[in-house]
Design a protein around this ligand. Sequence first.
Ligand code: HPA
Length: 275
Amino acid sequence: MSNKKALKEINEAVKYLQKEYKHTLQAGIVLGSGLGNFTEEIEIEKEVAYKDIPHFPVSTVEGHKSKLIFGKLGGKRVMAMAGRFHFYEGYDAQEVAFPIRVMKLLGVEILLLSNASGCVNPDYKVGDIMIITDHISLFIPNPLVGKNIDELGPRFPDMSETYNKDLIQKAKEIAARNKYDVKEGVYVAVTGPTFETRAEYRMIRTLGADVVGMSTVQEAIVAAHMGMDIFAISVITDIGLRDDGMITTHEEVLEAARQAEPKLATIFKELVAAI
Ligand code: HPA
């Protein structure tokens, strides 16, 4: 697709949503697998199904709800994606990133991302939460490949500080206040849908990563391209490097995410209140 057509499609989605919801937005939130119940924290003012928004992809994976939620959280106005788009579902990298671009053109400057991930750091356990301080995106297609959309950001965006230091600091303070043991570390993005082989989990650890997952990074890349302030957090849902003969299942991932959700909900809510 040409960059002009891509921008036109983003703008058409933005125009549609501006008619549906007229308030100024302070933050955008993307909810990961098993973390969709977080929307109960939002005082909902408007819901818009993805299928009704021009050019919006539609989420297919179990555990996702496929709608945008607009409303109040922590005294601020937010929009949340209940259900995100994954490369492994068959969307290309630009489609995965489309809603984030729409958010930015709707006026959202702060993006909060969440996901379920497998850990390769031996100090982590299932149910832990980890603030993402950096990522490795080498195994997934970069959503900025193609003619640059100059209206959105530069051809060669800096990625040396993708995750906003102030937001990380605030989240750490919130975690400490609530007595949560929160980790900080590096997320490696893979395409999925296969979970990793044992050799791959070992390689990912060797690369300097703490967790691995199938989302978040393509969204973070387009958000960084547009100069958004990004905060991202992982719920550890399985142990990649385990020697108990067990295997990772999607059900296990969803269940672990559900159990950790209250911690994540508190952090997001208090973080939004603090911005
Ligand atoms: N690997 C990749 N993606 C994941 C995992 C994992 O172990 N757990 C949850 N998402």
